[in-house]
Design a binder for this molecule. Structure first.
Ligand code: CMP
Length: 139
């Protein structure tokens, strides 16, 4: 069944000039790009997006990092895209992420407190609906 997911290219991906590479991998897999916007995240968007992580030790540096520069919000669609994009992204920890994945091939997280892992992808249909409403409220 076709579904939608919310992808973020995080500020490390934008700063390193990897927007095209990441979008290419999504398209090459056969998913469609429905919406794509370069924006500076507001605090209220990040607080809503990462609400489940509030109180964790990595939460404050994560919010600082996500505010540190522009990011790209994307709605991607296709059969199984929610799980499929998470496979493309690879494990959260860039060192553990398998070669062939976005994070395994491209993410560098040497010596930082927050995992600068280039991308975020929704983890369930419920998360996708919630996150799409945060970043594309009109859709
Ligand atoms: P993301 O998929 O955007 O969801 C939560 C983010 O928090 C995650 O990617 C990482 O960037 C970050 N994160 C998750 N776990 C940790 C951790 N143990 N230490 C630091 N950052 C983390």
């Amino acid at each position: 069944m076709s579904e939608r997911t919310l992808v973020l290219v995080k500020p490390d991906g934008v700063e390193r000039g990897l927007i095209g590479e990441i979008v290419s991998r999504i398209e090459a897999k056969g998913y469609a790009i429905e919406r794509l916007e370069l924006l500076k995240a507001r605090n209220d968007q990040l607080a809503a997006h990462y609400a489940e992580h509030e109180g964790k030790p990595f939460y404050p540096p994560l919010i600082d990092f996500m505010c540190s520069g522009p990011l790209v919000a994307i709605i991607a669609s296709g059969e199984g895209v929610i799980a499929g994009f998470r496979s493309l992204a690879g494990a959260t920890d860039p060192t553990a992420a398998a070669p062939g994945t976005i994070r395994g091939d491209l993410a560098r997280d040497w010596g930082t407190k927050v995992q600068k892992n280039l991308v975020h992808g929704s983890d369930s249909p419920e998360s996708a609906a919630r996150e799409i409403a945060i970043w594309f409220p009109e859709s």
